[in-house]
Design a protein around this ligand. Structure first.
Ligand SMILES: [Zn+2]
Length: 120
């Protein structure tokens, strides 16, 4: 499990753990449009198995975003007197907007790893 999380964080191919999925070196510090390799440069594993394959990654992205929103709320509400202060909402919005670039790449990586053993 920890090895899989490491491979996801390192942007490695789920099949051979050598090739890169995204053209960027690290997807944690990338604020540009997604640039993915179509095939793994090492083992020729096809990342997008069919048209619309990454549609399901949208649900992973949603789960990540909700989780980050909850964690941000739990951290931010420590600094306010009321349990639910409305000033927390812009803080949550800001965090979610900053992390959206990471989330979209991370959700695709998780999606690829979830279905790496299925072939069409
Ligand atoms: Zn590979």
């Amino acid at each position: 499990m920890m090895n899989t999380i490491k491979q996801i964080a390192k942007n490695k191919c789920p099949n051979c753990n050598n090739g890169k999925v995204f053209k960027e070196g690290s997807f944690f510090l990338s604020f540009s449009f997604i640039k993915m390799h179509e095939y793994c440069s090492h083992c020729k594993f096809k990342f997008e198995k069919e048209p619309g394959y990454f549609f399901g990654a949208m649900f992973v992205n949603y789960a990540l975003t909700v989780g980050e929103g909850i964690v941000t709320y739990l951290v931010a509400h420590q600094f306010f007197d009321k349990t639910f202060d409305l000033r927390i909402i812009p803080i949550i919005s800001f965090v979610i907007m900053v992390l959206c670039f990471v989330n979209i790449r991370l959700s695709r990586m998780i999606w690829i790893y979830m279905f790496k053993n299925y072939s069409l």
